[in-house]
Design a protein. Structure first.
Length: 242
C-alpha cells in the first residue's frame, strides 16, 4: 500500500452527500445521452459484406457466416497480432480487451455471438488464447479477408464490429475503434469509480495522484501484458510459435 498518494479531503456525511447528489445529476444526464446514442445506433443503415469471406478456425477455412454459430447477430473484436513474436511482445491493449468478455451466455440469450478475429496465423495465435485461458471463439483473418472486411479502414488497427445475418447474407451495421473499444471493458469502468481512476497520464486528476505510463491502453507491466503474470504464476506455458 502506497501511503504517499494524496487522499480526497475529509468532510461530514451531509456535505459529502450534497456533492454526490450534484454528481448524480450529471451521471443520469450522461446515462440518458448514452441511451439516445444507442437508439440512434440501432437506426443506422447497414452495408452488405461477402458472407463467404474466408476465416481460419479450429475446423480450418471457415466462411464468415459460420462465425455467427447459427445466431442472427455477431460482434467481432479484431485483435492485432505480431506474427512470429513471442507472447510477451503481443499487444497489451488487445490482450486487455480480449480478457474482458468471458461469460457469453448473456449475449447468446439475445441471439448474439461474440468472437475474436485475430489478424495473425491461426495455429500461432490460438496458442496465445489458450495460454490466457480464454474460451472465446477465435478465428484468424487472412490479409485478403482483412482488406475485404475492413474496406477503407486502416487494417493495422483494432476494431469492434457488429454484423447482422439475414438468411445467407451478412451485413455490417456498426463499427468503432480506439476508445470506442472500451465498450468491451469492465475493468476501466470500475477503475473510474475509484479516487485514483485509471492512473493514466491523460486523466484529469488532483496533483500528486498516481499516474503510470502504459505501453498500450490496458498496459504492460515488467515487459508483458498484465494478464500474463497470473497465468505464468499458475504454471501455464506461453509458447506461441512452432
Amino acid at each position: 500500500m502506497n501511503t504517499t498518494w494524496p487522499m480526497p479531503p475529509i468532510t461530514d456525511r451531509a456535505s459529502w452527500q450534497v456533492q454526490i447528489d450534484e454528481l448524480r445529476a450529471r451521471e443520469k444526464a450522461n446515462t440518458r445521452e448514452r441511451d439516445a446514442i444507442a437508439a440512434a445506433r440501432r437506426r443506422l443503415p447497414m452495408v452488405e459484406v461477402n458472407a463467404t469471406t474466408p476465416l481460419e478456425g479450429q475446423n480450418g477455412t471457415t466462411p464468415l457466416i459460420e462465425a455467427f454459430e447459427g445466431r442472427r447477430q455477431l460482434i467481432a473484436y479484431y485483435f492485432m497480432w505480431h506474427p512470429g513474436r513471442p507472447a510477451a511482445e503481443q499487444c497489451g491493449g488487445c490482450t486487455w480487451c480480449g480478457s474482458q468478455v468471458r461469460e457469453l451466455s448473456y449475449l447468446h440469450s439475445r441471439d448474439i455471438t461474440y468472437a475474436i478475429f485475430c489478424k495473425g496465423p491461426y495455429a500461432e495465435s490460438v496458442r496465445y488464447r489458450d495460454f490466457l485461458g480464454w474460451k472465446t471463439p477465435w478465428y484468424a483473418v487472412p490479409r485478403a479477408s482483412q482488406e475485404t472486411l475492413l474496406v477503407d479502414r486502416d487494417i493495422s488497427m483494432m476494431y469492434l464490429i457488429s454484423y447482422l445475418r439475414a438468411g445467407d447474407r451478412v451485413f455490417e451495421t456498426y463499427w468503432t475503434t480506439r476508445r470506442g473499444i472500451e465498450a468491451l471493458d469492465n475493468s476501466y469502468a470500475l477503475m473510474d469509480l475509484t479516487p485514483y481512476g485509471r492512473q493514466e497520464p491523460w486523466q484529469d486528476v488532483p496533483p500528486g495522484s498516481p499516474q503510470q505510463e502504459w505501453h498500450h491502453a490496458g498496459g504492460n507491466v515488467n515487459g508483458r501484458p498484465i494478464p500474463h503474470w497470473p497465468r505464468l504464476a499458475a504454471g501455464h506455458a506461453d509458447l506461441v510459435g512452432d
